[in-house]
Design a protein around this ligand. Structure first.
Ligand code: BES
Ligand code: MN
Ligand code: ZN
Length: 500
C-alpha cells in the first residue's frame, strides 16, 4: 500500500472514500468530522440525532455523498469513549475503517489522522497508530485464494489541515510502515504450515531479509550444532528428517556490537510432542510453535530497518519435534551448551530444551540484557486465557518494568508472574542437574525456572511465554485470526526506549 501525506481539507480530497471519526457519546462533532458534516448539509448530525451511530470502538457507518464532496463515500468510524482513549483505540478504529473500505472495493482511501485532536496524541503518535492499524488490519494470508484475489486499498492518503504537522506525520507514518511490514511477515511465517516453514526455510528467509536491512546473518547447520555442544537442540531435532538450524542475526549500528540486547526465540517449526505424542486437538495448531523465533527475528530486522542505536542479537534455535526410531526418549539425559545436564521427563517439553542451548550461547556476547520469547506452555493459556495476555518472568525489576511499559504502549498485553524458588524444587532430578518438567501443577512457573538455569549469570533476563498470544482464535480489531505477530512491536518499543 502506498502511503502519502496530504495537507488540506478532508472534504476536498479526491478519493473513493474518506474516513472521519467520532468519540463515543459525542453528539455535536468537531474538527474534520464537523467539516464533512457541513459539506454534507448536516447528514452526520442527523444520523447522530437519530441515535443510529454511537461511536463505539470500531463501529462503522457508510454515508453516500451524492456529489456534495469529490469522494463518493464517507466512512464514519467510532473511537470509543474519551475517558479510556489511547493509541490502541486508534489502531483498532483505523483497522475497522480500512476493512470496511476493502469490503466496498475502495482503491484510494483518504483518512483523517485519528486521535490527534480531542484524543490528545502527538501528530507523530497519531499518524503512527493510524497507519499501523490500517496496515495490520488489512493483513490476510495469501494462500487462501479468496484473500489473494480480493482487491485491497492501494493508496492511503493521510489528510491533515495544519501544514506545520506534515513532517511529524510523515515520520510517524514511515515508522509504522516499517513495523507493520515485519509484523505481517512474522504473521506469514506463523501461518505457513509446518511442512513448508521448515527450519531451513525460516533460516533462508531470515537471511534474505537480514541482507536487505544490513544485519549480519550466521546460520549453524547440524554438524556445527553438535560440534559446539548444543546437546539439547541436537536431541530434540534427532527424531525428524528435517535438519535443524541455529539462526544468528547480529545488528551492529555503526559497526558496534558491544553489550547488545540478546533476543532468543523458540523455533519449533512443528511440535508433534515427539514420543510423548500430542493428541489430535493438541497438535493442530503446532505449526505456530516457532512464533517466538519469528518474533525475535522480526524485531531485530525491524530494529535495523529503523536504524535504532542499540546493538541487537537474535538467536533462533529451529527444529522439528517428531517421533521416530531415532527420536530422543523419556529418561534420556542431555547436556546443554553450558554444561548442565537435563533429565527428560517429557519429550513434549522441548521448547525449554532448545532455548537452554540458545540462552547458554547468549553468554558469549556479554549482553546488556537477555530476553527469550517462546510458545512454551499450555499452562500459560490456562493461567491467562487464550488471546488475553502473554506471561512475563524476570529476575530484574527494571527490565520487567521496561517490558511492561513497552507492552502498554503497543497494546500487546503482558502480565508478570513470580519466579519463586519453590519452582526450582519441582524440577530437581535424581540423575541430572535438572529435569525438563515439574508436572502439571505450576507448569508455567517451573518452565520459567528451568530456563533461568541456562540464562547467563549476572545478566538481567526476562522470559515471555507467548503461548496464549501467538495465534488468535478470533479476529479482533487489527489482529486477524491466526498468526498475530505478537512481540515484534513490543520488543522494538523496548529497544527504542533504552538509553544507547
Ligand atoms: N508448544 C507447546 C506449548 C503450547 C501448547 C503452545 C498449546 C501453544 C498452545 C510446548 O512444547 C508443550 O508441549 N508444552 C507442554 C509442557 C509439558 C509437557 C510439561 C504443555 O504445556 O503441555
Ligand atoms: Mn511440546
Ligand atoms: Zn512446543
Amino acid at each position: 500500500m502506498q502511503i502519502e501525506v496530504r495537507i488540506g481539507a478532508i472534504q476536498e480530497v479526491e478519493a473513493d472514500a474518506v474516513v472521519v471519526n467520532l468519540l463515543e457519546g459525542v453528539t455535536t462533532p468537531g474538527g474534520a468530522t464537523a467539516a464533512v458534516d457541513r459539506a454534507l448539509e448536516g447528514r452526520i448530525s442527523r444520523v447522530l440525532a437519530a441515535g443510529d451511530f454511537r461511536g463505539r470502538l470500531g463501529e462503522t457507518l457508510v454515508l453516500y455523498t451524492d456529489g456534495r464532496i469529490p469522494a463518493p463515500r464517507v466512512i464514519l468510524v467510532g473511537l470509543g469513549p474519551e475517558t479510556s482513549f489511547h493509541a490502541e483505540k486508534v489502531r483498532h478504529a483505523a483497522a475497522a475503517a480500512a476493512q470496511r473500505a476493502r469490503e466496498l472495493n475502495v482503491r484510494r482511501l483518504a483518512t483523517v489522522i485519528h486521535g490527534a485532536g480531542r484524543g490528545g496524541l502527538s501528530p507523530e503518535e497519531a499518524a503512527h497508530a493510524t497507519v499501523e492499524g490500517t496496515l495490520l488490519g488489512l493483513y490476510t494470508y495469501q494462500r487462501k485464494r479468496e484473500n489473494a484475489d480480493r482487491p485491497r486499498p492501494e493508496v492511503l492518503l493521510l489528510v491533515e489541515f495544519d501544514a506545520a504537522k506534515e513532517a511529524a506525520i510523515a515520520a510517524g507514518a514511515r515508522r509504522a510502515e516499517i513495523l507493520a511490514r515485519f509484523v505481517n511477515r512474522v504473521r506469514d511465517w506463523v501461518n505457513e504450515p509446518g511442512s513448508d516453514m521448515t527450519p531451513r526455510r525460516l533460516a533462508e528467509e531470515a537471511r534474505a531479509l537480514a541482507h536487505e536491512v544490513g544485519v549480519r546473518a550466521q546460520i549453524l547447520e547440524e554438524r556445527a550444532i553438535v560440534a559446539l555442544g548444543m546437546g539439547a537442540l541436537a536431541a530434540v531435532s534427532r527424531g525428524s528428517e528435517e535438519p535443524p538450524r541455529f539462526i544468528i542475526l547480529e545488528y551492529a549500528p555503526e559497526g558496534r556490537l558491544e553489550r547488545p540486547v540478546v533476543l532468543a526465540g523458540k523455533g519449533i517449526t512443528f511440535d508433534s510432542g515427539g514420543l510423548n505424542l500430542k493428541s489430535e486437538e493438541g497438535m493442530l495448531t503446532m505449526k505456530g510453535d516457532m512464533a517466538g523465533a519469528a518474533a525475535v527475528l522480526g524485531a531485530t530486522l525491524a530494529a535495523a530497518a529503523l536504524q535504532l542505536p542499540i546493538p541487537v542479537v537474535a538467536l533462533a534455535p529451529a527444529c522439528e519435534n517428531m517421533p521416530s526410531g531415532k527420536a530422543f526418549k523419556p529418561g534420556d539425559i542431555l547436556r546443554a551448551l553450558n554444561g548442565k545436564t537435563i533429565e527428560i521427563v517429557s519429550t513434549d517439553a522441548e521448547g525449554r530444551l532448545i532455548l537452554a542451548d540458545a540462552l547458554s550461547y547468549a553468554a558469549r556476547y556479554n549482553p546488556r540484557a537477555v530476553i527469550d520469547v517462546a510458545t512454551l506452555t499450555g499452562a500459560a493459556i490456562i493461567a491467562l486465557g487464550q488471546d488475553v495476555a502473554a506471561a512475563l518472568f524476570s529476575d530484574n525489576d527494571e527490565l520487567a518494568e521496561a517490558l511492561l511499559r513497552a507492552a502498554q504502549v503497543t497494546g500487546e498485553r503482558l502480565w508478570r508472574m513470580p519466579l519463586w524458588e519453590d519452582y526450582l524444587d519441582r524440577i530437581r532430578s535424581d540423575v541430572a542437574d535438572v529435569k525438563n518438567s515439574g508436572g502439571r501443577y505450576g507448569g508455567l512457573g517451573t518452565s520459567a525456572m528451568f530456563l533461568k538455569q541456562f540464562a547467563p549469570e549476572g545478566v538481567p533476563w526476562a522470559h515471555l511465554d507467548i503461548a496464549p498470544m501467538d495465534m488468535a482464535e478470533k479476529a479482533r480489531g487489527y489482529v486477524p485470526k491466526g498468526g498475530t505477530g505478537y512481540g515484534v512491536r513490543l520488543l522494538v518499543r523496548y529497544l527504542e526506549d533504552l538509553k544507547p
